[in-house]
Design a protein around this ligand. Structure first.
Ligand SMILES: NC(=O)c1ccc[n+]([C@@H]2O[C@H](COP(=O)([O-])OP(=O)(O)OC[C@H]3O[C@@H](n4cnc5c(N)ncnc54)[C@H](O)[C@@H]3O)[C@@H](O)[C@H]2O)c1
Length: 434
C-alpha cells in the first residue's frame, strides 16, 4: 500500500465558470441539471459512471470512481460564465439546437436563470462573431481586474466554497507565443501596455489563477500552455490543464492508431475530413481560426506511432485534416476518415470510418469530468499542469521533454493509476503478477 494523500473534503458548493456559453457549455449544464432531476444518467462521464479496479482481479474490489475519490456532488454544482452573445443558458441551448425542446422544457427555468456576465472579447481573435455583451473597457489590465472582480462577486453571490474555470469559448485565431508570454512579469507588463499578442482567453486564465481558480482549456488556442501561465500556476499553487477537448475524430484516431501499431501494421496515409454547421464550424471556417485547430489535430499520429523508432512502418505518412462549414448539418458533425494501411509483404488495405457524431453530446461529459477532477487536484494540493487528465484532450500539455501521451488507453491507465496512488492504493500494471 502506498500512503494516502491528504485531500481536503469536497464540502459546500463548487462553482463551475465557463468563459463561453455556447453549444458545449449549455449542453453540459443542461445534462447536469437533467441528471440531478433523475431524468437521465450522466452518460459519457467517468467521474459519474466509471468503476475503478483496486488490487488484484481476484480481490473483486471495483468501486465507482466517485465513491473512491472525494469528488464534488452534482447537487453541489453552481454554474456561471461569460459570453459576448448568449443572453442565458436556455437561449444558448435553443440557438445551438443540440437538445430538443422536449428535453429542454423540464430544465427551462433553471437554464434561463443562468445569465452570463459580459465578456472580455475582441473580434480581432474571432472574426466571425459580433460581440454585444462585452465589457466596455479598453485596457487589458483593467479587463483582467474586472474578471477578477466578477469571479469574486460570483463566489460570494452563490455562496461557493470553491470555483473552477473551463474555457468553452470560441477557438481564437492562430498565434505563436511571443516575448510577452515568457514570464508573469512580462505578461503583466503586456497587460498594462495593451500588448496586441495577449488574447482574451489569456486574460481569463490570468484572472482565474490570480483568484486561485483552477483552469482547463477546452479549445486549441494558446492559453494555459504559455510559460507565463505555467509559472503563475506554480507560484499560486493552482492546477491548470489544456488543451482542446478530445471528442469526435481525434478520439477515433487515438483509438485506432494504437491498434494499428499494436499489430505492427504499416500506415501510408490518413485523410480526415469533417462537415459541421454549428457556430464553432462557422468560426473555424476562417483560415486563422482553422489553423489553430489543425495544429492541435495533427500532432497525435506521430506521438502514437513513433516514426523515428519504426521508419519502415510509419516513416512516410500523409496526414491531412480538413474541416468544412456546412450549415444544414448543425451540431451533428460527420467525420470521415480514410486510412491507408499496409501489411505482410507490403500489401495495401484501407479502413474507412464514417462517424456521425454529435460534438457537444461528446464534449459535455468531458467538461464535467475536467471540472470535478481539477477541483479534486486543487484539494489534493496539486499545482501546475495536470498531465493525468490528458485522456480528455486532443493536444495535451506535457511537463517533460518526452512530450504528451496521445494513446487513449495509456492515458486512461495514467488517469486511474493517479487516482489509485492519491488514495493509497497500488497502481494496476496488468502484468502476469498483477
Ligand atoms: N464540441 C466539441 O466536440 C469540441 C471539441 C473540442 C474543442 N471544442 C471547442 O470548444 C469551444 C466551444 O465549442 P462550442 O461548440 O460550444 O462553440 P460555440 O460557438 O457554440 O460556443 C462558443 C461560445 O464562446 C463565446 N465566446 C467567444 N469569445 C468569447 C470570449 N472572449 N469570452 C467569452 N465567450 C466567448 C461565443 O459567443 C460562443 O457563444 C470551441 O473553441 C471549440 O473549438 C469543441
Amino acid at each position: 500500500m502506498t500512503e494516502q494523500m491528504n485531500i481536503t473534503p469536497a464540502t459546500g458548493k463548487l462553482g463551475i465558470l465557463t468563459p463561453g456559453l455556447g453549444a458545449v457549455s449549455s449542453t453540459f449544464i443542461a445534462g447536469v441539471i437533467a441528471a440531478r432531476k433523475g431524468l437521465t444518467a450522466p452518460i459519457g462521464s467517468l467521474t459519474q459512471m466509471a468503476h475503478i479496479r483496486l488490487g488484484g482481479r481476484e480481490e473483486n474490489r471495483n468501486p465507482l470512481i466517485r465513491e473512491f475519490v472525494p469528488l464534488a456532488e452534482l447537487d453541489d454544482l453552481v454554474f456561471g460564465g461569460w459570453d459576448p452573445i448568449s443572453p442565458n443558458a436556455l437561449e444558448a441551448a435553443r440557438t445551438c439546437g443540440v437538445l430538443e425542446e422536449k428535453d429542454l422544457a423540464p430544465l427551462s427555468a433553471e437554464l434561463e436563470g443562468i445569465v452570463p456576465m459580459d465578456a472580455v472579447f475582441d473580434q480581432r481573435w474571432v472574426k466571425r462573431l459580433d460581440g454585444v455583451r462585452v465589457k466596455n473597457i479598453a485596457s487589458k489590465w483593467e479587463q483582467a481586474e474586472a474578471l477578477i472582480a466578477d469571479i469574486e462577486h460570483f463566489r460570494i453571490e452563490n455562496n461557493c466554497d470553491r470555483l473552477v474555470m473551463v474555457w468553452c469559448g470560441s477557438t481564437e485565431a492562430y498565434q505563436e507565443a511571443s516575448e510577452v508570454h515568457d514570464t508573469v512579469a512580462a505578461f503583466e507588463a503586456g497587460l498594462h501596455a495593451n500588448d496586441e499578442n495577449i488574447s482574451p482567453s489569456q486574460i481569463y486564465v490570468y484572472a482565474a489563477l490570480m483568484s486561485d481558480v483552477p483552469f482547463a482549456n477546452g479549445a486549441p488556442n494558446l492559453s494555459t500552455d504559455l510559460p507565463c501561465m505555467i509559472e503563475l500556476s506554480a507560484t499560486r499553487g493552482v492546477p491548470i490543464v489544456g488543451k482542446d477537448f478530445k471528442t469526435g475524430q481525434t478520439w477515433m484516431k487515438t483509438l485506432l492508431a494504437p491498434g494499428i501499431k499494436a499489430r505492427m501494421l504499416g500506415l501510408r496515409g490518413w485523410y480526415s475530413t469533417n462537415i459541421l454547421g454549428n457556430r464553432d464550424g462557422e468560426v473555424l471556417d476562417d483560415p486563422e481560426n482553422f489553423k489553430t485547430k489543425e495544429m492541435s489535430k495533427l500532432g497525435v499520429l506521430d506521438a502514437i506511432l513513433q516514426p523515428e523508432s519504426y521508419p519502415d512502418l510509419y516513416g512516410n505518412i500523409d496526414h491531412v485534416v480538413r474541416i468544412n462549414y456546412y450549415p444544414p448539418r448543425g451540431d451533428n458533425k460527420e467525420g470521415w476518415d480514410n486510412i491507408d494501411i499496409f501489411g505482410w509483404l507490403g500489401y495495401p488495405m484501407q479502413i474507412k470510418v464514417d462517424f456521425l457524431c454529435r460534438d457537444s453530446i461528446l464534449a459535455a461529459p468531458i467538461v464535467l469530468d475536467l471540472a470535478l477532477f481539477m477541483d479534486l487536484a486543487h484539494r489534493a494540493g496539486q499545482s501546475g499542469v495536470q498531465e493525468w487528465l490528458s485522456f480528455y484532450l486532443k493536444a495535451p500539455q506535457s511537463t517533460t521533454d518526452a512530450g504528451p501521451e496521445h494513446d487513449l488507453f495509456i492515458q486512461q491507465t495514467k488517469l486511474k493509476n493517479t487516482l489509485r496512488e492519491w488514495m493509497g492504493e497500488q497502481p494496476v500494471t496488468h502484468s502476469e503478477a498483477g
